[in-house]
Design a protein around this ligand. Structure first.
Ligand code: AHM
Ligand code: MG
Length: 330
């Protein structure tokens, strides 16, 4: 890994690391530049949301049956627009859209498939808590103009890259191409992302959990018992939960912690989506030395059957995830 000085921009980092990456193309760098551009636009809009009339719901429901927030629509459109004309993708999958999105005939297609949750944690928009965009990038396998479902219904181990942009007190883009996980903080005064978190590594173990504990009575009794055990004061555990996956995950990546969204009575297959939530974050966590399972299976080994498939998720420091697997086996 090259040495990066203070003040390294995302563009410089991409160009220098991609040289060392076999098979990487200029098109991949261009794709990430378009992602960064869309992230800057969303960041600016999130900052001004209270002033620009972007708080609140539009009154319509999305395909998951949730109220669509105005910022959800803005983020979805912004990422689509940033990607469609750049000749970098042949298909986009979005949480906000029932069907895959293809590149309009006026534009060139590219070799990548982009899956995204354009604005994760959107129930937090009105509260100034962290929200974000989560994305996963596959290289296409199909030969036609448009990508196909087979390009994206693949195990997460096939991903070329994954990342997220968290719009919090600051805006941070976290990215991995499989080798290392790096964070870039947006300096809004110059409109550039600068390397701020080089080669993020998770410790083997943490003593912090993030989950919606109000649902605990609906969980597997073995998990309930584990939760009771870690509350023994001498063990020194704490809980941290925002209710925004990207915000909770970012905190745990930086500070350590186990995020859990087990199956509940209402969400028997879990709540979180494979392609644009669980899989990209699992790719990142593994690249940082952590681990991620659905309770028994490694998330990155699973092949979704549907672009909006859900999964239970246990993700974080390696030994904590191993302990959960052990608890659920026992
Ligand atoms: P969203 O994509 O509609 O925002 O829903 C997913 C969110 C995650 O960000 C978060 O982890 C989870 O839902 C919180 O769910 P709950 O309110 O059940 O704890
Ligand atoms: Mg989401």
């Amino acid at each position: 890994m090259a040495h990066f000085e203070e003040g390294t921009t995302l563009d410089r980092f991409l160009l220098e690391t991609m040289h060392a990456h076999p098979g990487a193309t200029g098109s991949f760098v261009n794709l990430l530049k378009q992602v960064a551009l869309a992230g800057k636009l969303c960041s600016a809009r999130v900052q001004r949301a209270g002033l620009a009339g972007m708080f609140g719901a539009t009154g319509s429901m999305n395909i998951q049956g949730e109220f669509v927030q105005k910022l959800d629509i803005y983020a979805n459109e912004t990422f689509k627009r940033a990607l469609e004309h750049a000749g970098v993708v042949c298909m986009v999958v979005s949480e906000e859209e029932d069907a895959p999105i293809f590149v309009p005939p006026a534009f060139e297609v590219g070799e990548y498939v982009f899956a995204m949750d354009p604005l994760d944690g959107s129930s937090n928009i009105d509260t100034n808590a962290s929200i974000g965009t989560i994305f996963a990038i596959h290289r296409r396998r199909s030969a036609g103009r448009d990508g196909t479902l087979a390009d994206v219904l693949r195990p997460g181990t096939d991903l070329v890259a994954a990342g997220y942009i968290v719009y919090g007190a600051g805006t941070v883009l976290v990215l991995s191409t499989g080798k290392g996980v790096h964070g870039f903080t947006l300096d809004p005064s110059v409109g550039e992302f600068f390397l701020s978190h080089h080669d993020i590594q998770l410790a083997p173990r943490a003593r912090s959990y993030s989950c919606n504990e109000a649902y605990a009575a609906q969980w597997d009794p073995r998990l309930q018992e584990w939760l009771r055990r870690v509350k023994e004061p001498s063990l020194g555990w704490s809980a941290r939960y925002i209710g925004s996956l990207v915000g909770d995950f970012h905190r745990n990546l930086v500070k350590g912690g186990l995020f859990m969204y087990p199956p509940t009575a209402k969400a028997k297959s879990g709540k979180l989506r494979m392609l644009y939530e669980a899989v990209p974050l699992s790719f990142l966590v593994e690249a940082a030395g952590g681990s991620s399972i659905d309770g028994s299976r490694r998330i990155l080994d699973k092949v979704p059957a549907d672009i909006h498939e859900r999964t239970p998720l246990f993700i974080g420091n390696r030994e904590n995830v191993e302990e959960i697997a052990e608890v659920l086996r026992g």
